[in-house]
Design a protein around this ligand. Structure first.
Ligand code: NAG
Ligand code: NAG
Length: 411
């Protein structure tokens, strides 16, 4: 082996001293040339060539290495990003790829002072590729990886907002720093995952961005818009938020929820859809598989037949609050309503409900509101008037009851 010094000295000489090729002797002479002298020359020439190649490789490797370290990562590098090594049990330490390392140090070193310029578009996919086992190897860097992912999920909401929206969000500290748990409308759980987002116009995005799907700990997502924004549809990545328990969309310009949404989001217990005029009436059929506690569709069309909703045995046992006010209901209330054995509140105001009024789950019902259903007439089921549980009963603008009193009911 060469010592480094000899190597370096030879390397310095190499580019200057041209190998002496001379004039090639005629081919037939070369064949008879003394092999010993020729071999010496050949050996030297080969040595020079090898040295030259080694130097070139060394220089090339150096340049590449420096480039990777110094130059800001280009978005395209994420596509050429090699997959992190598959986690092979807890015993093998997980290391970060060069790109992930770069994204991590940019987040910890540069992002605190300059949060808006953190390259989420290239770093989010890279950091999402870091295996979970990495946090076991290096808990501190693991936490930083998770923080960067959460930061980018939220920053995408900010980036989607128009200038008025960004001003409003900025007033709540959005993307002013990387301490996103303290941004207004954002809550985190005990391990630093974003657990709740509550956005109110004008601090709303133009559309819910794909990156929201990276907020894996999100339990509560609430957006109140201005009927136009946010628009578009829920991003396909929304099905990733499997911890979601509450989805509240109000006064948005969004289109209908994807039909299979709740095949993925099985933990949703509160679904509140209010005044979303672009929804078009359809409710995901998968909603009947949910153990919902609250189902609120209010002041927007509902085309799903009441009989379908109310025949779900899952909903029958789970539902505490049912509010389908102002949804254009124009049928009788199906008798299956009496099978809702946990129901505490029933709101069906501002519809065109038809008689007769069936037996209601009066053992549990505390609030009954059927106001402004002018076609609803006839007798009130005896259980309603005699109920000890019923605290509030609004039958204003209905044809029910006629004369006399009926428990807590107001006519
Ligand atoms: C959603 O989940 C899939 C697989 O479950 C994953 O490949 C993808 O990166 C996730 N997307 C986001 C935005 O988190
Ligand atoms: C009664 O309900 C209808 C919709 O069925 C609505 O258009 C109307 O404004 C409501 N009236 C009152 C007084 O709330």
């Amino acid at each position: 082996m060469f010592s480094i010094r000899t190597w370096g000295r030879d390397a310095n000489i190499a580019p200057i001293q041209q190998p002496n090729y001379g004039r090639w002797p005629p081919l037939h002479i070369e064949k008879r040339h003394c092999p010993c002298q020729d071999e010496k020359k050949k050996k030297r020439r080969r040595l020079w060539t090898i040295l030259l190649v080694i130097i070139l490789i060394y220089l090339l490797a150096n340049t590449t290495f420096l480039n990777v370290r110094v130059v800001t990562m280009q978005p395209s590098s994420s596509s050429s990003q090699q997959k992190p090594p598959p986690s092979s049990g807890t015993s093998t330490p997980t290391t970060l790829s060069a790109d992930a390392q770069q994204c991590l140090s940019q987040f910890t070193l540069n992002a605190p002072a300059n949060p808006s310029s953190y390259p989420c578009s290239s770093c989010l996919p890279v950091l999402q590729g870091v295996p979970e086992s990495f946090a076991n190897t290096d808990p501190q860097d693991g936490q930083s990886v998770q923080n960067a992912i959460q930061f980018c999920g939220l920053k995408a909401i900010f980036d989607s907002a128009d200038s008025t929206g960004q001003t409003a969000l900025g007033n709540g500290n959005w993307v002013k720093d990387i301490k996103f748990c303290a941004w207004s409308g954002v809550s985190c759980d005990g391990v630093g995952l974003v657990s709740a987002i509550q956005l109110t116009f004008p601090g709303v995005p133009a559309a819910i961005p794909q990156e929201v799907g990276s907020l894996a700990g999100l339990q509560n997502f609430q957006v109140i818009g201005n009927n136009a924004v946010p628009g578009g549809s829920l991003p396909s990545t929304f099905t990733n938020i499997t911890s979601l328990a509450t989805l509240h969309l109000e006064s948005t310009g969004m289109s209908a929820l994807p039909d299979g949404l709740f095949s993925s989001l099985k933990k949703v217990t509160t679904l509140a859809l209010l005044k979303n005029q672009q929804f078009g009436g359809a409710l995901p059929s998968s909603v009947t598989q949910l153990s919902l506690q609250s189902l609120i569709v209010n002041s927007q069309p509902l085309s799903a037949p009441l009989t379908t909703l109310l025949s779900s045995t899952t909903l029958q046992s789970s539902l505490l609050v049912l509010d389908l006010s102002g949804t254009g209901l124009a049928t009788p209330i199906p008798p299956s309503i009496s099978a809702f054995t946990s129901l505490k509140e029933l709101h069906l105001d501002n519809n065109n409900l038809q008689p007769p009024l069936p037996a209601l789950p009066t053992a549990t019902l505390q609030t009954l509101s059927l106001s402004n259903n002018t076609a609803l007439n006839g007798a009130i089921p005896a259980g309603v008037c005699a109920s000890a549980a019923l605290k509030s009963c609004n039958l204003h603008l209905t044809g029910l009851g006629g004369s006399g009193t009926c428990g807590s009911c107001q006519f």
